[in-house]
Design a protein around this ligand. Structure first.
Ligand code: NOJ
Length: 745
C-alpha cells in the first residue's frame, strides 16, 4: 500500500512539474513571440499570413510564381504547402533564413492517410471503430512526414457526411457525430503526439470548418443551408473534439453556410471558434477560398475579400494572395486595425515557437532520419494491421469465408486484382524521389498467402468502366477450372475524393454483369468491393454468397485482404455510413427524426417514394464476423436517474461461434419525448471487445446528463426530464437488448 501511495505521489508530482514546465514554456514562448513582433514591420507581419504552394504537386489551381524565392527572402511568406523532402524543405528554409528577421517557414502537406506508407482511406479506418488503430495510423504518417521536412498536415478532415454522392466522403469518419468526434480526437493525438514540438510529430488541422459535408446535392463546394441547431448538434462536435485535443490549426471551408462563405464567416470563426471555444491556434483558409468569395458574390474584389476574411478571423491566406495584396492598404485606410493583424501573426508565430523552429529551423530536414523513417519495416506491419481491421464483411452465406488454405484451385478475377496504385485511394502522397509505388496488389497478397499451396488462375474479365465484354469468356473459362472464384470489382480510386462527386453511386460499367456470368458457372464466388464511398450494388447483394467491402486499404491492401479471406484475421469492422439501396434515397442516415407518418412496413410507401421503400441496403453499424455473438443480461443500476448522477448499464457478450473474434458493441438511446423532435435512435457509446471461442465478457457503459442533452429551442444545451429507451446491439438495427429509464429533475 505504502509503495502504491509513493507511486501515486510520484505521478502527481511529475504531472505538476510537467504542467508547470508547459506553463513556463508557454510563457516563454509568449514573451519570445512578443519580442519578435516588436521588431516586425507591417509588411513582415502580413508576410506571415501568406501561404504559397510549391510547384512540386498541385492540390488546387496553382499560380506559378517565379518570384517566390525573393518574396521568401524578403519575409513576405509565412508558409509553403506541397513542398516535400528533407532537402527541398531545407532549400526553402535557407531562403527564409536570409530574410531580415529569419522567421522560419511552416511546411504543410495533405498527409491524409499516410505519407510513404499509405494507410486505408479515413472512411475505411473509421469502420474499424478502433481508436488505437486509427491513432496509430496518424502516428506513423506523422513519423514519416516529419522526417521528410513537413511539420503541418491538413488533416484530419472531420466533416460529418450523410450523402454518399459527395466525393470527399472518403476522407472523413462517416455520418455519426459521436463516433466522428472520438475519431477526430484520436487522429489529432496521433498526428500531434504528446506535446508540441516533438521531432516525429506534425501540427494537425481540423477541416473544413464548417458544414462542408452537407453540400447541397452532394456536389463538391456547393452551398450549405442548415439550421443553427443542426450545425451545433451534428456538424460541429467533431471540430470541438479536435479543439479539445489541442489541434494546432483549423481550416475554413470552401462552401457558403447559410449564405456566408465560411472563410468570411465571423459567426463561425470569431464567435464560435475563437470566442465560445476560446481556441488559441490559428485558422488557415482553404486553397484560394479568400479570393473565391468574389466568385461567391458576397464581396466585390480582393480588397473586400481580405477585409471580410480578416475581420471574420481567418489568419492565414492559402494561395489567394489577397492578404498580401490588400492588408497593408486596408490598415492605411483604417478598415483593418493593426491589432487584428497582430492577433493573427501571434497565433502563427506561437506555433512556430512551439514546434521549435526558431531554435532549429532545419529540425525536420534531416536526410538520415528521412531515410531511416521512410524505410522502417514496422510501418508496413502497422498499415497491414489497420487495413485488416477496416474490411467489412457484408455477407457470408453458408460460411463460405474464410477460405481454406488448402483450396486446390482459385480463380482471381476482375479489373482490380492486378493494379497496385488503385489500392491507395484518393489523397495518397507521391513523395518525390521516393518509391511511393510501394503497394502490395491484391494478386500479390493472394500469392503471398497461398501461392505455394494453391493454383491461382487470373482473368481481368472487364474494365472498371465501359461495356466491353471481350474478357467475359476467358473469365468464365478460368472460373470453371477453379474450386472457388474471387472477384474484385468497384470504383476507380479517383472516382471519390475532392471534386469527385457522382450522381449515380452504383458499381460502374458491366462489373456486376461479369459477376452474373461467373455465378452462372455454379462456382462459389467471393466478391471484393473496392470503393471510396458507400456504393449501390443490389444485384451483388442479393446474389453473391460472400461479400467483403474493402474500401481502399493502402500499401498493404493485398496482404490485408488475404488475411481476412483466409481467416488469419476474423473481420470485425462495421459500417460508419448507411448503405442505400438506391442513389435516389440519399441523403440517408440512421439517426433521423420520425415523421408524423412513418412507414409501417416495406409496402407502406407514404413516407418513402412510390417506387422505392426508404430502408437502406445495409444500416449504420452493420458488419459480420466469422463467429457469432450472444448478448445477454442487460442490467441498469437504476431506473430513475437524476441529472447529477451516472447510470451504469451492463451487458454480457459471449462468443458462441467457432472462431476467436472481436465485437463492436453499440449503445443507442432514444429520447421518447423532447421539446425538439429527437432522432429515432442515436449512438451514444460503444466498446470493441475481443472474445475467444466460448468466452463471455461483461461490459459496462456510463450514461450521464451530457449524453442525454441536446440543443433546445433557445439553443441551450439541456437534458430534459423524461423517458429514454436504451438499446444495446450489433448495429443500429440489430438491437439485442433493450430497456427504459427516466431522467428525473
Ligand atoms: C483543397 C482541399 O479542400 C483541402 O482539404 C486541402 O487541404 C487543400 N486543398 C490543400 O491541398
Amino acid at each position: 500500500m505504502k509503495s502504491i501511495n509513493r507511486h501515486v505521489l510520484y505521478i502527481i508530482i511529475s504531472i505538476t512539474i510537467s504542467s508547470q514546465t508547459t506553463q513556463a514554456q508557454k510563457k516563454t514562448n509568449e514573451q519570445r513571440v512578443d519580442s519578435v513582433m516588436s521588431l516586425m514591420t507591417l509588411e513582415e507581419k502580413v508576410g506571415q499570413l501568406n501561404q504559397y504552394s510549391d510547384d512540386l504537386i498541385a492540390t488546387g489551381p496553382i499560380t506559378i510564381d517565379a518570384d517566390k524565392a525573393s518574396q521568401i527572402k524578403k519575409g513576405q511568406v509565412g508558409s509553403l504547402l506541397n513542398c516535400m523532402g528533407s532537402e527541398r524543405t531545407r532549400t526553402w528554409q535557407k531562403a527564409a533564413m536570409q530574410s531580415r528577421l529569419k522567421i522560419p517557414l511552416l511546411f504543410a502537406q495533405d498527409v491524409i492517410h499516410g505519407y510513404k506508407t499509405t494507410f486505408p482511406i479515413p472512411l475505411a479506418e473509421s469502420c474499424s471503430w478502433d481508436l488505437k488503430a486509427i491513432e496509430l495510423s496518424a502516428r506513423v504518417s506523422a513519423t514519416e512526414a516529419s522526417a521528410s521536412g513537413i511539420n503541418w498536415t491538413f488533416a484530419p478532415m472531420v466533416d460529418i457526411c450523410r450523402d454518399a454522392r459527395w466525393g470527399r466522403v472518403m476522407e472523413g469518419a462517416g455520418e455519426d457525430t459521436y463516433l466522428g468526434s472520438k475519431i477526430a480526437y484520436a487522429r489529432v493525438k496521433g498526428f500531434q503526439g504528446d506535446k508540441p514540438g516533438e521531432i516525429n510529430s506534425l501540427m494537425a488541422c481540423a477541416k473544413h470548418f464548417a458544414g462542408y459535408g452537407a453540400a447541397l446535392g452532394g456536389r463538391d463546394y456547393n452551398s450549405v443551408d442548415m439550421s443553427e441547431r443542426q450545425l451545433l448538434e451534428i456538424y460541429l462536435p467533431p471540430f470541438k473534439a479536435a479543439a479539445n485535443a489541442h489541434v494546432a490549426t483549423f481550416m475554413s471551408s470552401f462552401n457558403d453556410l447559410n449564405g456566408l462563405p465560411s472563410t468570411g464567416n465571423r459567426h463561425l470563426l470569431r464567435d464560435i471558434l475563437k470566442g465560445n471555444w476560446k481556441y488559441d491556434g490559428f485558422v488557415v483558409s482553404d486553397w484560394s477560398s479568400i479570393g473565391e468569395m468574389i466568385t461567391h458574390g458576397n464581396v466585390k474584389d480582393g480588397y473586400e475579400a481580405a477585409l471580410c476574411a480578416m475581420t471574420a478571423g481567418c489568419d492565414m491566406d492559402m494561395e489567394s494572395r489577397n492578404y498580401k495584396n490588400n492588408l497593408i492598404q486596408l490598415v492605411k485606410d483604417k478598415k483593418v486595425s493593426v491589432s487584428l493583424i497582430d492577433d493573427a501573426v501571434k497565433r502563427i508565430l506561437h506555433k512556430k515557437f512551439e514546434l521549435g523552429l526558431f531554435d532549429d529551423p532545419y529540425k525536420f530536414c534531416n536526410t538520415e532520419r528521412e531515410q531511416k523513417e521512410l524505410n522502417d519495416p514496422t510501418h508496413a506491419l502497422a498499415a497491414r494491421d489497420v487495413a485488416k481491421r477496416s474490411i467489412v464483411l457484408l455477407k457470408n452465406d453458408n460460411h463460405l469465408l474464410p477460405l481454406s488454405k488448402n483450396t486446390k484451385t482459385i480463380a482471381f478475377i476482375g479489373p482490380l486484382v492486378k493494379p497496385k496504385m488503385q489500392n491507395k485511394g484518393f489523397w495518397d502522397v507521391e513523395v518525390p524521389g521516393i518509391d511511393s509505388a510501394y503497394v502490395v496488389s491484391q494478386w500479390e497478397g493472394l500469392v503471398n498467402k497461398v501461392g505455394k499451396t494453391s493454383t491461382i488462375l487470373y482473368a481481368k474479365g472487364c474494365n472498371i468502366e465501359g461495356n466491353n465484354r471481350d474478357g467475359f469468356a476467358e473469365a468464365v473459362n478460368v472460373a470453371k477450372q477453379a474450386d472457388v472464384v474471387i472477384l474484385s470489382i468497384g470504383e476507380r480510386r479517383d472516382m471519390s475524393g475532392e471534386a469527385k462527386s457522382r450522381s449515380i453511386i452504383e458499381i460502374p460499367g458491366i462489373q456486376e454483369e461479369l459477376l452474373k456470368e461467373l455465378l452462372a458457372t455454379g462456382k462459389p464466388v467471393v466478391v471484393i468491393i473496392n470503393a471510396g464511398r458507400p456504393l449501390v450494388f443490389n444485384y451483388t447483394a442479393k446474389n453473391a454468397p460472400a461479400i467483403i467491402y474493402t474500401w481502399w486499404l493502402g500499401s498493404e491492401a493485398g496482404n490485408a485482404i488475404a488475411d481476412v479471406m483466409f481467416g488469419d484475421y476474423n473481420p470485425s469492422a462495421k459500417l460508419t455510413m448507411t448503405f442505400p439501396a438506391s442513389t435516389g434515397q440519399v441523403p440517408l442516415f440512421y439517426n433521423h427524426f420520425n415523421t408524423g407518418r412513418p412507414p409501417k412496413n416495406d409496402s407502406d410507401l407514404r413516407n418513402s417514394y412510390i417506387d422505392l421503400p426508404i430502408y437502406p441496403r445495409y444500416e449504420f453499424g452493420y458488419g459480420l464476423s466469422y463467429t457469432s455473438f450472444q448478448y445477454s443480461q442487460l442490467h441498469l443500476n437504476k431506473k430513475k436517474l437524476k441529472s447529477n448522477e451516472q447510470l451504469e448499464v451492463s451487458a454480457t457478450i459471449t462468443n458462441t461461434g467457432n472462431y476467436d473474434g472481436e465485437e463492436i458493441v453499440q449503445l443507442y438511446l432514444h429520447d421518447l419525448v423532447g421539446s425538439i423532435v429527437r432522432p429515432v435512435t442515436e449512438l451514444k457509446d460503444f466498446k470493441k471487445i475481443a472474445l475467444k471461442v466460448g468466452e463471455s465478457k461483461t461490459i459496462t457503459f456510463s450514461i450521464d446528463a451530457e449524453k442525454l442533452s441536446f440543443f433546445n429551442q433557445e439553443l441551450k444545451w439541456v437534458a430534459e426530464p423524461g423517458e429514454f429507451d436504451i438499446m444495446i446491439g450489433a448495429s443500429s438495427k440489430d438491437i439485442q437488448l433493450k430497456d427504459r429509464f427516466e431522467l428525473v429533475e
